[in-house]
Design a protein around this ligand. Structure first.
Ligand SMILES: [Zn+2]
Ligand SMILES: [Zn+2]
Length: 177
């Protein structure tokens, strides 16, 4: 089984629940063995008013990803932005593959709802890291979402067409036979 390194950029009281949700997503949906790679100080390049520049964190992930890992996942309690967008729930790159999710805006007093949002965003960004694009099939986890309402509207699963693309990418990267 291929390993998915998972690292944090900062931690808080929600980190254990977030890590455990991300670990199950990696195993159930991507057939990867998650391994915690530690807490890394978030790069300060681009920091503004308590928000971090998502691209700087993604670059860090790409730099520390072991060549043998088919992707890498970063999780952060800090809010993220990227040039042109006031905030993002996460970003990802297919090459070199890396995925990043912030849970700053996913929080809710209802822990089940919070965890479901984390699962959706981790699935979505990891999906991008395996080359999946945004999908307009209603409910598909690869629907573009830039508001919590949109996150809550979509499901946790890939539509059949995205699922097929994902399985092909997982084969190409040697994750499954
Ligand atoms: Zn996306
Ligand atoms: Zn889809």
């Amino acid at each position: 089984m291929k390993v998915l390194p998972v690292l944090t950029f900062g931690t808080d009281e929600l980190t254990p629940a977030v890590l455990s949700a991300a670990f199950s997503v990696a195993e159930e949906k991507f057939f990867l063995k998650p391994a915690y790679a530690g807490d890394h100080p978030p790069p300060l390049m681009g920091k503004r008013n308590g928000q971090l520049l998502a691209d700087a964190l993604l670059y860090h992930l790409q730099r520390v990803k072991p060549p043998s890992a088919p992707s890498i996942l970063g999780l952060t309690p800090f809010d993220l932005y990227t040039p042109g967008l006031n905030f993002v729930f996460g970003i990802a790159s297919p090459e070199p593959p890396a995925a990043l999710v912030s849970y700053a805006r996913l929080k809710d007093p209802d822990e089940k709802l919070f965890i479901s949002r984390v699962r959706k965003e981790v699935t979505h960004e990891l999906g991008h890291s395996f080359g999946l694009s945004h999908c307009s099939v209603p409910g598909c986890v690869m629907n573009f979402s830039n508001s919590l309402a949109e996150v809550d509207l979509k499901g946790e699963d890939f539509c059949p067409s995205c699922r097929e693309k994902l399985l092909r990418a997982l084969k190409e990267r040697g994750v499954i036979d």
